[in-house]
Design a protein around this ligand. Sequence first.
Ligand SMILES: [Cu+2]
Length: 152
Amino acid sequence: MKNKIFLTVIILMIITLYGCGKEKKTEPLDSGEGLIIKNPWFRPGALNRNSALYFEIYNNTDRNDTLYDVKSDLAKVVQIHETYEKGNNMKGMRHVEFVEIPARSKLEFKPGGFHIMLVGLTKDLKPGDAGEVTLLFKGNGKVRVRAEVSGK
Ligand SMILES: [Cu+2]
């Protein structure tokens, strides 16, 4: 009898766990449809120096999309960058031609990972200042991102 109860409890646990896993998969990534950019922020930087833009991309569509270019008046050179391990605990940054965002997924641009690199700022970016960058996607076209400079 004890064994039967134990078995029932185990089965119920498995069903619950399985249910949770399933729910997570079908749960919308975030409120809203389409391609959404959330929580964008710039790193502070002075005129002629560098800065970076970070954000989260939610691809709430059924199609994969590709970020392939970036445009902005804020800097002389604006590129998609990634941070990578150079070896010997050294990190480097390099330009990447494009970044894929699979359907129904989220991709984070964050310090130590993907970022939008601004080389040679055309003006100071002080905490509280705002600026605009245009992201170009193969599927969703131009997406304008307005962000504030973080005080961090
Ligand atoms: Cu960079």
